[in-house]
Design a binder for this molecule. Structure first.
Ligand SMILES: [Fe+2]
Length: 299
């Protein structure tokens, strides 16, 4: 079965390209450049971009870009979409140029999350040189990180991601703020690489259409330096420093200019999937990760 290799990029719509340019360079420590159609490219490795910002009338997470290994895999993914009765739209030449790929197919999940399936990225392989001295982000064949998407119609979405797009479970979390009420489900999923999860879906909605995205640096020093930059630029903290139980990532969460959160961390688990069994974990973090900090506004 053809499989998605990795999360290769994500697309955001914003009312202010400039706010994202400043956030990317000053806080994230990434490079920026103008794209071919007036979009903003945010670069974090040797590829021309991993985050693509488009100017528009609202601030919202627009789409997740997923890479397939070859044209043959891309074609068999489209065949599977046809077979499952899922409609998609092949991208125009202009869209392919913007995304820097040979071909792109746009598909929407049952609750409106947009995805772009691609193959054959185009790269000048220019080195990454962080304006903040970040040595490197952990990307390569594991993709840029992970994305967590809202999925109110949870069972239908689960079927779409597992049976249609071919994601497989890493582990599951049933959030129980009220023990008497049914849990809120968050399922973590992997694709064709060792990263613990490239996608998670959460059984609730968020106005920004993304719960959070994660980028990974090499060590705690770089997480701490990013935390200092966040403070220096008055970017609101969404969760304090902590370590997740499932992917072992040590990270903090902060707001992006488009309203969703970004997790900046290190030490994420890389898994040998042949040795892995899916399990349910009953607490989000081993230590830290106080998500109340954003609500209290005491960051
Ligand atoms: Fe995360």
């Amino acid at each position: 079965m053809s499989e998605i290799k990795s999360l290769s990029y994500f697309v955001v719509q914003t009312r202010s390209l400039e706010s994202w340019r400043r956030y990317a360079e000053d806080v994230l420590g990434m490079m920026t450049a103008d794209g071919p159609s007036g979009e903003l490219y945010i670069k974090m490795d040797e590829r021309p971009f991993r985050i693509l910002i488009e100017e528009g009338s609202s601030d919202v997470y627009q789409a997740s870009g997923w890479e397939l290994a070859s044209e043959a895999d891309f074609s068999s993914m489209l065949e599977r979409l046809d077979k499952k009765g899922v409609t998609y739209e092949l991208g125009s030449t202009q869209l392919c140029e913007s995304r820097g790929v040979q071909a792109v197919a746009q598909v929407v999940d049952p609750v409106g999350n947009r995805h772009e399936l691609t193959w054959g990225h185009i790269s000048d392989c220019l080195p990454f040189a962080s304006p903040q001295g970040v040595p490197r982000f952990v990307t390569g064949n594991m993709g840029l990180g992970h994305t967590v998407l809202p999925a109110v119609d949870f069972d239908t979405c689960l079927e779409f991601y597992c049976d249609v797009l071919g994601f497989r479970h890493s582990d599951i979390f049933n959030f129980r703020p009220d023990p008497a009420a049914p849990p809120t489900r968050i399922h973590f999923m992997h694709c064709g690489n060792a990263r613990h999860h490239s996608l998670a879906i959460a059984e609730y909605d968020v106005p920004s259409k993304c719960v959070h995205v994660m980028v990974e640096v090499e060590n705690m020093t770089e997480v701490g330096r990013a935390h200092d930059r966040r403070e220096a630029h008055n970017v609101p903290l969404s969760a304090t420093l902590g370590q997740h139980l499932n992917d072992r990532m040590t990270s903090f969460y902060m707001k992006t200019p488009s309203g969703f959160d970004l997790e900046y961390g290190c030490g994420g688990l890389q898994v040998d999937w042949d040795q892995h069994s899916v399990f349910e974990f009953s607490r989000v973090s081993i230590w830290g990760h106080d998500f109340g900090v954003g609500q209290r506004g005491d960051s």
